[in-house]
Design a protein around this ligand. Structure first.
Ligand SMILES: [Mn+2]
Length: 227
């Protein structure tokens, strides 16, 4: 992806249905700010439909998160009769909140699912490699379909589950990986791997990082999103 100016270009962490929080964060950014979402717009919070509708209608960039992938997999699977509805029934996925936000709005749900199916696994802008999960150890294989799941699920501390096929020497790649998926207490912009999910849906905050200056803008969660 080519952009003229990294200033007022922001990458935003996992929103998880926290619509009011997202609106408050955007209020703190420049009016013409360009936004890239790392995915996981949905699940757990109260307003998944509203968040997707906003990102889609305003034509912001968005990466496919594991929660969007789960929603597609389960809804398609249930309709085809080959899946149990785990995503919508297991509490930890938070999918039941997403289903509730769509209520009987099947038309909008279909429109959103069609949009989700086209979301990219990563976005590259200059030296920035933007992914949902920790993508740096899969950078050389980012276009291989077998890396898709890792780009949505890999975690820095999750060596056992995912780390078995990390690329050697990824630490010195000339790339800065910005990702969500794993909640961090603080955003450390001095690293080549920068986690920006500050856990709004867990009662913490939602953050955006500006690629020009690496400044971070955060807002505390709006309680209406999670109560
Ligand atoms: Mn995730």
């Amino acid at each position: 992806m080519k952009v003229d100016d990294l200033n007022s270009l922001y990458v935003i962490g996992d929103v998880h249905g926290c619509y009011y929080t997202l609106m408050q964060l955007i209020d703190k950014l420049e009016k013409d700010a360009m936004l890239i979402f790392v995915g996981d717009l949905i699940d757990k919070g109260n307003f998944s439909k509203e968040v997707v509708e906003f990102v889609m209608n305003d034509q912001h960039q968005c990466i496919l998160g594991n929660h969007e992938a789960l929603m597609l997999e389960y809804i398609e699977g249930v309709l085809n009769g080959d899946k149990s509805p785990e995503w919508s029934s297991k509490k930890y996925f938070g999918g039941y909140k997403t289903i509730a936000s769509y209520k009987d709005d099947y038309k909008i749900l279909q429109k959103h699912m069609a949009w989700m199916r086209e979301l990219p696994r990563y976005i590259e802008i200059e030296k920035f490699f933007i992914t949902h999960a920790f993508g740096l150890p899969y950078y050389r294989r980012r276009d291989m379909s077998y890396s898709h799941k890792a780009l949505m699920s890999n975690r820095p501390l999750d060596k056992q589950e995912w780390g078995w096929d990390w690329e050697e020497g990824y630490e010195v790649y000339d790339v800065v990986n910005i990702y969500g998926h794993e909640v961090v207490d603080e955003i450390d912009t001095s690293k080549k791997q920068i986690g920006i999910d500050t856990g709004c849906v867990y009662g913490k905050s939602l953050s955006a990082i500006e690629l020009g200056s690496m400044k971070v803008v955060s807002v505390q969660v709006d309680k209406r999103d999670i109560i």
